[in-house]
Write a protein that binds this ligand. Structure first.
Ligand code: UDP
Length: 234
């Protein structure tokens, strides 16, 4: 079923299938941080992120969010619609952590009065710089109409994910998602939603259950990812 390797990123590989409208996404154990400067392997990460993404994309899809996911094929592979990814990292921040604490001198853990919607231009050479809506449109990365759809979907995804994680005792601090355009011009959620791309804090203890354990050398990285999956599967 899996054919030529089309693309290899830091954490995943994309393979062609016999159907040009479908691809297979393979989740690796490789981990990078700080724009690729810190590199390692996190045991079982690929399997855990595939399972977490599968669960969350199914939940979002049941609640009216279109996604690229067709089906989970095995522990590390998902069959997906072949989409053209917008070169944008779409970020939502509910609680201050990471880069915004430095950029705007906000104390980590501060709750924002409303979710902050951010865009970064996906460009490794530039270090994925923060841009605004006008930059994205004027650079031709996305149209104004598409961006309005992306923003509405992102805010809906945030509301749905916050509710889902609240049920399992976890605060959704922030997250990064990506969108793609199908061959029929539909905008769909793509890529992954996992502890690699979100910050999850345990409500009772403020324990970090995400990639910050790797970034900050906090230890027990695999255990944190396992904990997220176990709680989601209940
Ligand atoms: N994020 C991501 N990929 C990136 C950059 C950020 O998945 O290349 C996620 C990150 O895990 C966090 C959110 O986006 O959940 C906001 O990240 P931030 O801008 O604070 O950057 P960081 O401090 O992670 O470099």
């Amino acid at each position: 079923m899996k054919q030529a390797l089309l693309y290899e990123g830091k954490a995943k590989q994309i393979y062609a299938t016999e159907n040009p409208n479908q691809v297979i996404m393979y989740y690796k154990d490789d981990a990078t941080a700080f724009n690729g400067i810190k590199k390692s392997v996190i045991a079982e990460k690929g399997r855990l992120n595939a399972a977490i993404t599968n669960h969350l994309f199914a939940y979002l899809s049941e609640n009216g969010v279109p996604t690229h996911l067709i089906e989970q094929l095995n522990e590390r592979e998902q069959l997906c619609h072949n989409v053209e990814i917008f070169p944008l990292e779409v970020i939502i921040r509910n609680i201050a952590a990471g880069s915004i604490t430095k950029r705007l001198a906000v104390v980590e853990g501060t709750s924002f009065t409303q979710p902050i919607f951010e865009l970064c231009y996906k460009n490794d050479d530039l270090g994925d710089p923060l841009i605004n809506d006008d930059h994205a449109i004027a650079l031709g990365l996305i149209t104004a109409e598409q961006l309005a759809q992306v923003k509405a979907l992102t805010l809906k995804i945030n509301t749905l994910l916050q509710a889902r994680f609240d049920e399992i005792g976890i605060d959704l601090v922030d997250f990064k998602i990506e969108f793609g355009k199908t061959t029929t011009n539909e905008i769909v959620l793509a890529d992954e939603i996992s502890p690699d791309s979100c910050r999850f804090w345990e409500q009772t203890t403020a324990r970090k259950l995400d990639k910050d354990r790797f970034r900050q050398d906090l230890g027990d990285v695999t255990q944190a990812y396992e904990e997220i999956l176990a709680r989601l599967l209940g």
